[in-house]
Design a protein around this ligand. Sequence first.
Ligand code: GLN
Length: 305
Amino acid sequence: MQKLDDSGVELRGCALLTWRREQLAQGGRPIDLDWLLQMVAGVDWSSLQLMRLDPQRCLQLRVGLDRLGALWRRHLRSREPLQYLAGVCPWRDLNLAVAPGVLIPRQETELVVELAQQLCPGVGPGLWADLGTGSGCLAVALARLWPASAGLAVDCSPEALRQAGLNLDSHGVADRVQPLLGSWWQPLAPWWGALGLVVANPPYIPTAVWDALEPEVKCHEPRQALDGGGDGLGAIREIVAGACQALAPGGWLVLEHHHDQSPPVQQLLQAAGLDLVAAHADLEGTWRFAVARRSLQRPGGASRP
Ligand code: GLN
């Protein structure tokens, strides 16, 4: 192994393959170790394949094997998510900074952006909000999708909001999205009735399921972002309850929910007086999302969610 400068090393493929085997002998899944190699050392999947074909080939790593090995051992010992150890999570076409205290963006949530785009084609909804923004994944993606719209990113966790701010900034959209500290609709009071689209990936895991979650999740990710209370619908009820007043007439709500919550969430949306209520599936075919619209006219039009 040859040290290139402060930030990288060069070594032969055979040395890396041997190291990789030694790490996996300690435990863990190959897919996770390869993720670490890619995200921390910059060795992507195709380089790994080329290395197998030609083990004498030299490659450059952004960090040394000592550092990588230390991260891997820490992951095996403490079950800390690799995304926290690497400080980054690839999501859609973005590389988002993540840290303990903020939910790691999930793959299924990527589809919330697709649904939002279908519901608000063209220049977008004018003003949109992301309730429970966490890392800011949805807010960054929506802001990039609609340069002519303004966004509001709400979270009740100062730590999450700080992280969302970093991600909005590093993706060049901080001037178009305002982070707001507070619970669900409350910090949006000045914009009630004017929101053309609201998206949310709220906590929705039923408390009873908590103990069965993987240690990576239950021991390290923020419970506040995951635990939806007894039936998992606590946060969703609060969001639905305010939607009719907070959305603009004709404004859309897009919610992510647990794999088995589609019927009750559809019912809640209908009971709240929203129209065009519909369920959408994730890429595994699970009914994972609910959309609904505030009707175009609303006689009376109360003003408090
Ligand atoms: N989909 C996430 C999980 O299963 C939960 C996200 C959430 O509660 N919003 O870990």
